[in-house]
Design a binder for this molecule. Sequence first.
Ligand SMILES: [Zn+2]
Ligand SMILES: [Zn+2]
Ligand SMILES: [Zn+2]
Length: 752
Amino acid sequence: MFSGIVQGVGFRPFIYRQAIQNKLGGFVRNRPDGVLVEVEGATWDIDSFLSGVRRDLPPLADITNISALDIETTHDKVFRIIPSDARGDGDVHIAPDVAVCADCLKEFFNPLDRRYQYPFINCTNCGPRLTIIKSIPYDRINTSMSCFPLCPQCQSEYENPVDRRFHAEPNACPVCGPRIQILDQEGNPVDTTDPIAAAVNKLKDGKVLAIKGLGGFHLCVDAANNEAVERLRSRKFREEKPLAIMISNLETVKLIGQLNSEEEKLLTSLQRPIVLIKKKITNIISRQVAPGVPHFGVMLPYTPLHYLLLENNFAVLVMTSANQIDEPICISNREAVTRLKGIADYFLVHNRNILVRCDDSIVMVAGGKQQILRRSRGFVPRPIALAESFPAVLALGPQLKATQCILKDNFAFLSPHIGDLETPQARDFFSESITLMKKITESDPAVIACDAHPAYYSTQVAEALAPVKVIRVQHHHAHIVSCMAENRISGEVIGLAMDGTGYGLDGNAWGGEFLVANETGFRRLGHLKYFVLPGGQKAIQEPWRIAASLLKSAYGNAWPEIAARLDIIPSGFDSKLLDKIIENKINSPLTSGLGRLFDGVAAIMGLRRKVSFEGQAAMELEGCINETSGTTFPFEIKRDAEGCFILDMSGAIRSIVDEILKGTSKNEISISFHMTVARSFAAMAKEISAINGIKRVALSGGCFQNRILLENSVAELENAGFTVYCHKHVPANDGGIALGQAVIAGSIMKGS
Ligand SMILES: [Zn+2]
Ligand SMILES: [Zn+2]
Ligand SMILES: [Zn+2]
């Protein structure tokens, strides 16, 4: 019996071919708990069969377990594929959606092939999976392809065990399969015989198109057309946040960005994620695509439709998730026409329904290794294998960048990216996703894990799901255990949880945390020195307020003069009033958030007073850097009354101000600041380790999406003799929180 991702991925024909090659009799059959194979033949042939299965697995298959058993021989000489049977518990994992394969592309571009330029070409090695699923098991009848009866030719491919399309559930051709259509703003069909050519012409005219993809709609414009990019931005109310781009081929990618071999591998992988690559100066695309930030978010085409649009037409297209601010990605044609009113001029749609929302995934390479920033299309619902088994747990994640996680045995299944739970649409998607996760894991956990923050929507949902058992998990503890879980380590570590802000147990906003943590608990042994966040949420949008607060803590009452010399306070704003706000903490919480420190430093350096998206100031601070090393600014480590280590960066703030006034370049100041923070991490870890002897450090939290901070932190900590664990398969940001919550709750349940 084979379990894992073994159905809908060409596994049975593969077994069939391996059995025939090794002269074995018997059968292969799908069951709800896996694929059952019975083989009969000489021992050495069976051994060679098994090693062949392990070696040459189809690209989408992933065996998580093989259980074997000797049975009576029946002198069976033939090998057969027999129909599914319905016994057994669900133990089959659903495959993610992946990019069109090379074999299909060859047919797609061959004028003599019956699927020449057919936008829905696929086979058992490629195409949609998760996003077309209605229910389990994964059979055509349970997918959104059920309304397209196969034509005789497709049917015979589907039934032929040696065909590449044997049991390819989404199999289709121009005769029997889905079709493309182009709609106007009102959702009425545009009169044309060639919707693709029409779409290409509209894009060339600078129009904004909504294009239906695998896991949702994209908004698309010609990336070379500055006006079109600006039009999209103003309609989407997205002033500066970088837009993802789709580039026709690798050669063109190299013209706009610096590419290393690991990034090249990720770009061309089956998953086809958006890869963040370092920008080059280029005039191929509009400067408005990703202003101010150091990276472009690039992907290669991954559906046949993308190839049709780009091929011989465009070098680069903007392809950003189609949604209104804070809403989830659109999936149905009607939803797109209603929700994208006023944004899209035309809609390139088709009649294969998307049943599961799945945004593009985002990855980057740091220190030569993959780091996933958003884990969705191409990766979900492939589970993360854990070091041990857990009771079933559903974790509901945090408030922002929300994902959910279900633990089943020794696997953690993470949901697609849901996003910020701020709008009714996002909250509906959140509920849709709980249903989906339970369906695909065929489980209904009686234990729910959620954040400790009482006001989070996910926390409220957890409480409303009673009488299940609810376990609340502190945000930064969840970050650290998420990192431990994917690295399959247990026991105590020194956890550095660095992010913007999360709910702290003392009522302050934590985010620069040095914890000693294991899977069931943690102690806070150190943190970044608290500073006032003047105006709370307002300070996050207007980092100049944080700059003022940092200056006040570094210079005391002399701060307004420094702020004036650096021109930090916007005109019309009274620094005396701000001083009062900070002094008396009026609507101003205390925070230890490292992300906020980065925002404040960016503002002190004059990079920006206001931001239009979370993390923008910090990204620009990273973006100034084109050196690999600088100097180190001073910092101090003190202990508070309870013995907690307090990391005080006032010295660094004063040095930064001195350097600015001396006229030192932003590049130099920024690299030195990054290196100072990395060095302070190692110094703090050493202090903590001196007490308890722990030599393992886990790094988590959104700040470690900063490549320069991550690489320098790892180097400093390793130089100090620590073994360092980082994220790879799960986001370091809040997208990874659900995994940590789930494992903590699962561990607590195991121990109780
Ligand atoms: Zn294919
Ligand atoms: Zn057909
Ligand atoms: Zn966080």
